[in-house]
Design a protein around this ligand. Structure first.
Ligand code: XMP
Length: 319
């Protein structure tokens, strides 16, 4: 659209004015907002942009490689990848409380980010994918997680700790506008239409203690689930789809043997604002494919259930 084309040109010019000859650091999360910020900044200031991606060990299959291919490979952006997965997993050992997990992950993210950011010369600015709804909601302290969606991506307090000035080119936009802008900036459709993914990643989709083994299970289930949702042509129709590892052993049969293995809960929701949501009416045939593939292909799972709760009273995530 012309309106968004104009917005893009103005935003690019505004960034150039603000930044001058200085360097801007941009944290990539793998999601739409930070990707659009990076693409816009790269158009505006080229090599003065340095991106940082933290591998927290809680990512989905191929996520890190996807970010590397797109930003380093395709856009030729200067990308620093920090592999901090060992540190994250060590800190999470034995922790079962969801809010404690979030705190630890947020804190570790700041450590990882700082360790890389302090190596970057002449960095004066930090770019963030703050959207208009984040600007409004950051005033509310009702303890609702949806109001704090950006907490872990945008890591409150980080710019202050590092002494950076903020660059927030998406502050006036809603999500659908960010997607349009992403298309104009040449981001692949796969990235532009990506479902939201929580900052604490798969740590909140492994209920209770996070281990490498449980992450492997939820990661493989997630990959099958997303692929089947895409194959059924549903990915852009639903708002968010996820797999949760329920660390409860239920009985199953394999040949003449009884098995005692974990449950994968599949959740998919339709929503406009993520504050309220309804479960997606996924056709039984698709659910059936998802179920048989996960049970057959993911070791350690012998049962798949579909979550038919709405929000409220249930939340979208299980933790
Ligand atoms: P809930 O589970 O609160 O989720 O209904 C609403 C939306 O927020 C996402 N979510 C998070 N995002 N850090 C994030 O960055 C978090 O700790 C977090 N918890 C939930 C969730 O995926 C959904 O899109």
């Amino acid at each position: 659209s012309w309106k968004m084309q104009d917005f893009a040109e103005e935003a690019i010019e505004a960034v150039r004015q603000k930044v001058g000859d200085d360097t801007v650091i941009c944290g990539l999360s793998g999601g739409v907002d930070s990707a659009v910020v990076a693409a816009l900044l790269h158009k505006a200031i080229g090599d003065q942009l340095v991106c940082i991606f933290v591998d927290n060990g809680l990512l989905r299959n191929h996520e890190r490689e996807g970010v590397e291919t797109m930003f380093r490979g395709h856009f030729k952006i200067n990308l620093h990848v920090v592999d901090w997965s060992k540190q994250f997993l060590a800190k999470l050992k034995g922790v079962v409380d969801p809010q404690k997990k979030r705190k630890i992950i947020g804190g570790e993210f700041i450590e990882a980010f700082k360790s890389e950011a302090c190596k970057i010369q002449n960095a004066k600015f930090l770019a963030q994918g703050t959207l208009y709804p984040d600007v409004i909601e950051s005033g509310s302290k009702d303890g609702n997680l949806a109001a704090n969606i950006k907490l872990h991506h945008n890591v409150g307090g980080l710019p202050e700790q590092l002494g950076f000035d903020l660059v927030e080119p998406l502050r006036d936009l809603f999500k659908d506008e960010v997607r349009k802008l992403g298309e104009i900036l040449g981001l692949p459709e796969d990235m532009v239409w990506r479902h939201p993914f929580p900052g604490p990643g798969l740590a909140v989709r492994v209920l209770g203690e996070v281990t490498e083994e449980k992450l492997r299970v939820v990661r493989d289930a997630d990959e099958i689930l997303i692929n089947e949702i895409k194959a059924a042509g549903l990915y852009r129709k639903v708002s968010q789809t996820l797999a949760v590892l329920v660390p409860v052993e239920t009985v199953g049969v394999m040949g003449d043997e009884r098995t005692y293995e974990n449950v994968i809960a599949v959740r998919s929701v339709d929503t406009t604002d993520f504050m309220t949501a309804d479960f997606s009416r996924i056709p039984y045939e698709t659910l059936s494919l998802i179920s048989s593939r996960i049970i057959n292909e993911v070791r350690g799972v012998n049962r798949v259930v579909y979550d038919i709760s709405s929000k409220p009273p249930s939340t979208i995530e299980w933790e």
